[in-house]
Design a protein around this ligand. Sequence first.
Ligand code: ZN
Length: 238
Amino acid sequence: MSYDALQKMINESHKIVFFGGAGVSTESGIPDFRSTDGLYRQNYDYPPETILSRTFFDRNPKEFYRFYRSKMLVLDKQPNPAHLKLAQWEKEGRLIGVVTQNIDGLHQAAGSKRVFELHGSIHRNYCMRCRKFYTPEFIRDTDDPIPHCTCGGTIKPDVVLYEEGLDQEVLSGAVHVLSKADMLIVAGTSLTVYPAAGLVRYFNGKHLVLINRDPTPMDASCDLVIHDSVGKVLGSLA
Ligand code: ZN
């Protein structure tokens, strides 16, 4: 029933924007680092929020990279039906942008071009001294516990750490597509964390849809809410 309603909204929309959170990637087998498992506690002395802060990166890059390489630098995962459907819609001229809180690059891997990565990407890494770029494979494969540039500078992943601000260009690009959208699909996020809740306010189109496994505080203000996995829902659409 709700799938039919969703299909109908999509059929009459031409400027769809998708706003995705961690739940979109978990269906590709990428765990949300915030949901700490038992094994995690045996391996690290600090909570992930501490390790993934700028202060920690600057003071203890070796421990940062030990965590980053094992938990964040995921390079062997594939796009799921949600990523693929969004790329297809963009190709058909039905979707004008994907705004994501994920850093895994799976939307681009699926073929999406207009992706606004609010929290950066593991696929870009740069030398903090000379700005030379490095591939994620280099970060993974180098024997150096702290990846270093040929100039001697420390390499930092282009991901937004705690205490760091969002990239203003990415943010304004996201605001721009959201304000132009006629339909917004929010998925895989509880919308309680910054900047998700604030960004959704820029949408003033016709259909606001939320796809999330669990209820969120936003449920009541959406036109359609589907409590299911986003890959399953989008994968079943035409
Ligand atoms: Zn350098």
